[in-house]
Ligand binder design. Structure first.
Ligand SMILES: [Zn+2]
Length: 439
């Protein structure tokens, strides 16, 4: 079998007339921005695309697509640096082909003032890795009651807000936040949960709660909050945008989809793990597969895959949630919720939505690039002549073992597993990552 070095030699060369230019030969370009899917040669010079031409030789089998946007990531800094630092989290992002991350605000202190958020963003972006798109709190202290100074954030170009980890509890605060963000095309990202129903639960209510003897969390604890948010949005009679994140229940997706069909600005995402795993994982692996919302029944998992493939889900996001070993090596009922996800995002998503959902690679990459860009109100990444480099070279066939991580944490049920499809190189805008190493 050809090794990586041989593939690289076969598919890349420098132009003999111009040794600062490199040509990626016979790559399958997947460019959702222009809906292009075809085999081409791509010339790059320094930090830009020089030209894109019809392939001169045989297809290399490698794919080239824009850097991914993972709109739901926990970087844990400040406050939980034992689980992740900005540097380890942003390295894990790049290693996973992600060049922009939506950073959730449930840090300590929480990200609820522009001053703190800008300091974190500046520090993160100075590392020259993936870029941070901050998602500050909707409410002060992430307490669900009083809105933060949303316009102050907007003045700094920040327009996405979430109390992730918790829902926006107060109906009044949610209504007010939707009204205020609508004035600057912002979005409220809701973690849908009826906390009074979910409190004390750790696994799916059903087979998982019966088998483990641990309190369950019903799907209704999620979709009843989706319903509440949609009702509040409808009553607001505004153009406000509401995004519902990490939906695990088909009922939730249906409600979000129906709201969008009705003309409301509602979008949603699901995670790769809710598409790839069912509650058997938590029964077998315990806290390693404990997350919020919990892994659901096989019936629900299949329905979710089907709904994504039918275009009812707007985006895919990892909900990368690193935790220290100590936080996970606890009884199932008390261990921390969440799994790491940045480095497995692509392999898992392409596998489940391609193999099982029958989706084309272009449509899957769209869910990870232009779709989250539109939700976050940031420019869509694209690969085009003259554009700065923001792209990933990917081998869809390569098998690899997820056995080491650039994240500080490795709490994942996929750790140690063989995955298919690997990130080979990442440019943003210079080459950052190549063959498993940072350049
Ligand atoms: Zn959440």
């Amino acid at each position: 079998m050809e090794d990586l070095q041989q593939i690289m030699e076969r598919t890349t060369r420098t132009d003999p007339m111009n040794n600062t230019m490199e040509i990626l030969q016979g790559v399958r370009l997947l460019n959702p921005f222009s809906a292009f899917d075809g085999v081409v040669d791509v010339a790059i010079e320094e930090d830009s695309v020089k030209w894109i031409r019809e392939a001169s030789g045989e297809p290399s089998g490698l794919w080239l697509f824009p850097g991914l946007i993972d709109m739901h990531v926990h970087l844990r800094t400040p406050g939980y640096e034992e689980a992740e630092t900005l540097e380890t989290g942003l390295r894990a992002a790049v290693a996973g082909g992600v060049t922009r991350v939506g950073m959730m605000p449930n840090t300590s202190p929480v990200l609820d003032t522009a001053e703190l958020v800008l300091a974190v963003r500046t520090k993160g972006n100075s590392l020259g890795l993936a870029e941070i798109e901050p998602i500050p709190c909707v409410t002060v202290g992430r307490a669900g009651e009083t809105c933060t100074d949303l316009e102050d954030f907007a003045d700094s170009g920040i327009s996405c807000f979430s109390d992730d980890g918790s829902p926006v509890e107060s109906n009044k605060a949610l209504q007010e936040a939707l009204r205020r963000v609508s004035l600057f095309n912002g979005v409220v990202i809701e973690h849908p949960e009826v906390t009074s129903m979910a409190a004390g639960g750790a696994v799916n209510q059903g087979r998982a709660s019966t088998e483990t003897g641990v309190k369950g969390i019903a799907e209704s604890a999620e979709y009843l909050d989706v319903k509440r948010c949609v009702d509040i949005l409808r009553d607001s009679e505004s153009e406000a945008r509401l995004h519902l994140t990490h939906l695990s229940s088909p009922e939730s997706v249906q409600l979000a989809y129906d709201a969008a069909c009705e003309g409301l600005n509602v979008t949603c995402d699901v995670t790769p793990h809710h598409l790839s795993l069912n509650e058997e994982a938590v029964i077998t692996l315990g806290a390693t597969a404990k997350m919020n919302p919990p892994l659901r029944s096989e019936k629900s998992r299949k329905a979710l895959v089907n709904m994504v493939s039918r275009g009812m889900v707007t985006a895919i996001a990892s909900d990368h949630a690193p935790h220290s070993k100590a936080a996970k090596e606890m009884p199932l009922a008390t261990a921390a919720f969440g799994i790491t996800g940045l480095e497995t995002l692509l392999s898992l998503t392409l596998d489940v939505l391609g193999r099982e959902g029958g989706m084309s690679p272009l449509d899957i990459i769209r869910l990870l690039t232009t779709a989250p860009a539109a939700i976050l109100n940031i420019p869509s990444p694209e690969i085009a002549s003259g554009k700065k480099l923001n792209m990933v070279l990917f081998d869809p066939e390569e098998k690899w073992v997820y056995s080491s991580s650039y994240s500080r944490s490795s709490n994942s049920p996929f750790f140690g597993e063989v995955l298919t499809g690997r990130v080979l190189r990442v440019w943003f805008p210079e080459e950052l990552y190549r063959e498993g190493e940072f350049v």
